[in-house]
Design a protein around this ligand. Structure first.
Ligand code: LFR
Length: 488
């Protein structure tokens, strides 16, 4: 490894827990996946939980592997999915496993609010109301699991909770804090208006760190049991979407991105939030990005649909590769119906293909279900992009698709065909690269986001997709989108 530095990224998503080493030679970063295990919410008596101690344990195994493979760990950064959190009790211990945002508490709470209340929260924060936001989950716990809320002293979002488990330090991080819908995105402070309105305990929320600073060190007992060096933990965009956006290989400050994973986060980066009635109406949020930037985005259903179709197909015991699924979708010659991937029916169905058939009111073959899912996802991308162009009064020629979902070249091509824009796919390891990119600030505090992006751009390969030229295919794609727009 020569004298490359070994930066470690924890990348925890809804479907996998991963540890990567980022080997930095002073010019570029080479990422190496050192550990990966599946992640899954666990249903206990109808409530979905995350097994946080399993996640903690697997991250330790990954950290140890990174040390054994590449030597001294320079530092560690944590990125995870947003919204979910754990509560520490009065005696300083974790009060049970964190709940998963796919429970229905949030929806029940949000449905009980008046339009005025919803407007007030959006105005106070700049974040869109979505049933899964931590605010509604927390209020749901207050109402439906009151014993947890009563005993809670600290609210720690998943990366903050992991940071506490690894370092013993209680702190928060701004990008993940924005997924609560309690942070005011104008000044990045927890909104006293929201806290007072819902009579939340303000001391639940820990102080926020600054990107690039070291907030703690690996606990001595963990370092001892893993037989690795005591390494610093660096504050960085610990919301996976925010770290992924750091790695977008854009050539200018102004770009469109889709961070593609279980969710597709479709947006652009801004210096200041845009908080007005149109933004609210069109369903956009001003989430926290890296180093004070705003990721202005729409949270749209992504690979979740395809992941669940695949899961259902595999229930009989046979395994399918993603290539096989693409071939099946591509073999479908018929005109398929389109559906709104963001409809409630697809949020957590027991059987995704059945949910699609029921929603479209058609008996579809599995090939048709797959084709319909691909087309519908691409149509939802186009609709969100049209809205971004309207709200920002700009036109974009290129869409950067980053994250695990950009491995799917079939979806990349259909997205280019439907949106009639160039798609640049990559990097796939977007979250980890962004995470490691910001860790570089530990030693080079003056590194700007622009400079970090240049380093990351040198470190990756991308693939380009241009819109279909064949006129009859073009017409077919246009017809699909017209249908989609007419319906949704
Ligand atoms: C993407 C993501 C989204 C968030 C969703 C649920 O991985 O973090 O940004 O809305 O997961 O937490």
């Amino acid at each position: 490894m020569g004298n490359k530095k070994n930066y470690v990224a924890f990348d925890c998503g809804n479907s996998s827990i991963r540890v990567l080493s980022g080997l930095f030679d002073g010019e570029k970063i080479e990422t190496k996946l050192v550990h990966q295990v599946p992640n899954e919410a666990i249903n206990v008596n109808g409530i979905f939980y995350w097994d946080i101690l399993y996640i903690f344990r697997e991250l330790q195994i990954g950290l140890q592997k990174a040390f054994i493979k590449y030597g001294h760990v320079e530092s560690v950064g944590i990125s995870t999915w947003g919204i979910d959190f754990g509560l520490l009790g009065k005696s300083g211990q974790l009060l049970g496993n964190p709940l998963c945002y796919r429970n229905d508490f949030g929806e029940k709470v949000l449905n009980s609010l008046s339009k005025e209340e919803k407007d007030k929260i959006f105005k106070a924060t700049g974040i869109l109301d979505h049933p899964m936001n931590s605010l509604y989950q927390l209020l749901g716990i207050k109402k439906y699991l009151p014993e947890y809320y009563k005993e809670a002293e600290k609210f720690l979002l998943i990366p903050d909770l992991l940071a506490w488990l690894f370092t013993g330090v209680i702190c928060g991080e701004p990008s993940i804090a924005s997924t609560t819908q309690i942070l005011n995105m104008r000044d990045w402070e927890y909104s006293s208006e929201v806290i007072d309105h819902f009579k939340l305990n303000p001391s639940l929320f820990p102080p926020l760190t600054k990107h690039g600073e070291v907030y703690g060190n690996l606990k001595q007992d963990i370092a001892g049991s893993l037989k690795i060096n005591i390494c610093p933990f660096v504050s960085l965009p610990s919301h996976d979407t925010a770290s992924a956006v750091v790695s977008v290989p854009a050539t200018s400050d102004d770009f469109l991105f889709i961070s593609s994973g279980t969710w597709s986060l479709i947006g652009t980066e801004l210096k200041e939030p845009i908080i007005n009635a149109d933004v609210y109406k069109e369903g956009f949020a001003n989430e926290g990005g890296a180093l004070g930037t705003i990721t202005f985005l729409k949270n749209s259903t992504g690979m979740h649909i395809l992941q669940n179709i695949k899961r259902e197909m595999e229930k009989e015991g046979q395994k399918y590769s993603w290539d096989q699924l693409v071939k099946m979708a591509d073999s479908c010659m018929s005109i398929v119906p389109v559906f709104d991937p963001n409809d409630k029916s697809f949020y957590n169905p027991l059987d995704m293909p059945a949910a699609i058939c029921e929603y479209t009111k058609q008996e579809l073959s599995i090939e048709e279900v797959l084709a319909s899912a691909y087309i519908s996802l691409a149509c939802s991308y186009k609709q969100s992009i049209e809205k971004i162009e309207k709200l920002s009064n700009k036109k974009y020629k290129v869409i950067h698709i980053v994250g695990g979902g950009c491995r799917n070249d079939y979806l990349n091509q259909i997205s280019s065909d439907i949106t009639e824009k160039i798609v640049i796919a990559g990097p796939e390891e977007a979250t980890s690269l962004g995470n490691i990119g910001i860790q570089l600030k530990k030693d080079q505090p003056d590194l700007s986001l622009f400079k970090i992006r240049q380093i990351l751009k040198k470190s990756i390969n991308t693939r380009s997709f241009t819109p279909v030229k064949d006129q009859s295919l073009k017409n077919k794609m246009e017809a699909y989108y017209e249908k989609y727009k007419e319906l949704f």
